[in-house]
Design a protein around this ligand. Structure first.
Ligand code: FAD
Ligand code: NAD
Ligand code: ISD
Length: 449
């Protein structure tokens, strides 16, 4: 076997199967951005055999947001192919057959472990080589692990992270095995809040532990956080603020059974879910591409400093025209739109056309229990609360406007309709004067912009 492998590697053995595949366009990463890029390639005109997507995951690109929401529900849970892209933005679902029909090669369960941008070749863990004319990097992020922070015992079984569908499947299996058990959720960010809610819906005894004094401290104001915290507590979820998990105890079977907190408290746990942040997956390109703010630096066309390489989605640090700033955005709307933009740029440059620069309006959202919020713009300056933020209200509806230099630069809205959410997006884009328009928001009129 060793001899055959060596001969294969040296190219001295003809197997009839090529050990190298070449594509005009190659996408590394098979997540949200890859799926939307594939759709855009087809829209713009693609010949069979020109495009391949290489993914570590075993399934065709899907809408990752579903994993921390309806994928975890005890009843009516969503499953593939129900949430393959591009259903999240209201488009046709791209089933595996769609890729076959369009002549796009989906190379699944394949991890790329080496990227040589000089020779334009990617190498997989199994030793396959893939060459390209144009490469789109769409490797997304990975979940940070508590072991990386030196938390003692963090390698115990039943400590879960959530990034890929295989992670969600393991969690679902354990939700079934530990029915109505105790879960400690570590982290008060997006994953902590969404998974905490889903575990409660599964009738688990839920405790959320977070280091900050408020939920979602990167975005929420004190008043916004107070609403969601009270809402969670009313649902029977226990919140422990201002401390962190410093150690885990496990039983003889290796499964976690207790979480030790920095403040000395010890919490029993059948399951731990950690949502302690994400890290963009760019190591393969270290030293080969310019970086900015822990991502791959691109321009407003998602071009990197290598003319044949584009970076989109979570990994790209790109110029936000609206704020004259370079940012990385770890949210799905940007993954979709940046992918579409990069493909438009690639096709336009082949046809000697020019297209406008990407003009991102940051958009974040979440859905938990019967709640649903949207935020557009920038959360800088002075936040002003409006509406009814009483967590006990039958249908709470409130928001916050961020005022900077006299202008409304960001708007958050809980409980808005689709039209109202569109309207607040427009406000964040137009940045109207606060003096004139803040009262409109207070009166529940979102349509002035
Ligand atoms: P991803 O969708 O993460 O895709 C990256 C793909 O690349 C993965 O398939 C990965 O396996 C593959 N890959 C990585 N490295 C390699 C390699 N070396 N070889 C081969 N394949 C590789 N955002 C929102 O705005 N709203 C939400 O409600 C929301 N919910 C979320 C819920 C969860 C559980 C998670 C994890 C994220 C959520 N996000 C949400 C964030 C959003 O999903 C991401 O910003 C988005 O998926 C980024 O798209 P991407 O294509 O850049 O990366
Ligand atoms: P996050 O950054 O939103 O929250 C991380 C939380 O972990 C924070 O509360 C932080 O204080 C805490 N933390 C960090 N280090 C810690 C440590 N050592 N010990 C204890 N706590 C620690 O990240 P996340 O919730 O893990 O989300 C991961 C990724 O998934 C992000 O890219 C996020 O944007 C994405 N996501 C987005 C949505 C959405 O947009 N609705 C939903 C789920 C996930
Ligand atoms: O954008 C999203 C999101 O938040 C989901 O849950 O896409 C999915 C879909 O709506 C999948 O059904």
């Amino acid at each position: 076997v060793v001899e055959v492998k060596e001969l294969l590697q040296e190219g001295k053995l003809y197997t009839g199967i090529s050990e190298e595949k070449s594509f005009k366009y190659l996408i590394i990463g098979g997540g949200v951005a890859a799926g939307y890029a594939a759709r855009e390639f087809v829209k713009q005109g693609l010949k069979p055999g020109e495009l391949a997507i290489i993914s570590k995951e075993a399934v065709a690109p899907y809408e990752r947001p579903a994993l921390s929401k309806a994928y975890l529900f005890p009843e009516g849970a969503v499953r593939l192919p129900g949430f393959n892209v591009c259903v999240g933005s209201g488009g046709e679902r791209l089933l595996p057959e769609w890729y076959v029909e369009k002549g796009i090669e989906l190379i699944l369960s394949t991890e790329i472990i080496k990227a040589d941008l000089d020779s334009k070749i990617l190498t997989s863990a199994a030793g396959m080589k893939y060459s390209y004319d144009i490469l789109i990097i769409a490797t997304g992020s990975r979940a940070l692990r508590l072991t990386e922070f030196g938390v003692h015992g963090a390698d115990a079984k039943n400590i879960f992270y959530l990034r890929e569908i295989s992670d969600a499947d393991k969690l679902v299996e354990e939700i079934r095995a530990k029915k109505k058990g105790k879960v400690v959720v570590v982290g008060g960010g997006y994953i902590g809040l969404e998974v905490g809610a889903a575990m409660r819906i599964n009738q688990f005894d839920v405790t959320i532990v977070y280091r900050e004094q408020l939920f979602m401290a990167r975005l929420f104001t004190r008043e916004i956080a107070a609403f969601y915290e009270a809402y969670y507590e009313n649902k029977g979820i226990k919140l422990i603020k201002g401390t962190a998990a410093v150690a885990f105890d496990s039983g003889a079977n290796g499964e976690v059974k207790a979480v030790k907190l920095k403040d000395g408290r010890v919490l029993e746990a059948d399951i731990v879910v950690a949502g302690v942040g994400a890290k963009p997956l760019i190591e393969l390109f270290e030293g080969q591409l310019d970086k900015a703010k822990d991502g791959i630096k691109t321009d407003g066309f998602f071009e990197t400093d290598d003319p044949d390489v584009y970076a989109v989605g979570d990994v790209a640090t790109f110029p936000i025209k609206l704020y004259d700033d370079m940012r990385r955005v770890e949210h799905v709307d940007h993954a979709r739109k940046s992918a579409e933009q990069a493909v438009k740029v690639i096709k336009a440059s082949e046809e000697n056309r020019s297209i406008p620069e990407y003009d991102c309006l940051p958009y974040f959202y979440s859905r938990v229990f019967n709640l649903s919020w949207s935020f557009y713009g920038d959360n800088v300056g002075n936040p002003v609360l409006f509406g009814d933020n009483n967590p006990a209200s039958a249908k709470p509806k409130f928001g916050t406007a961020w005022i900077k230099n006299g202008k409304i630069v960001g708007v958050f809205l809980e409980g808005g309709t689709a039209e109202e959410n569109k309207a607040i997006a427009q406000i964040a884009r137009v940045q109207p004067p606060a003096e004139k328009y803040l009262d409109q928001l207070r009166k529940g009129d979102y349509f002035f912009a």
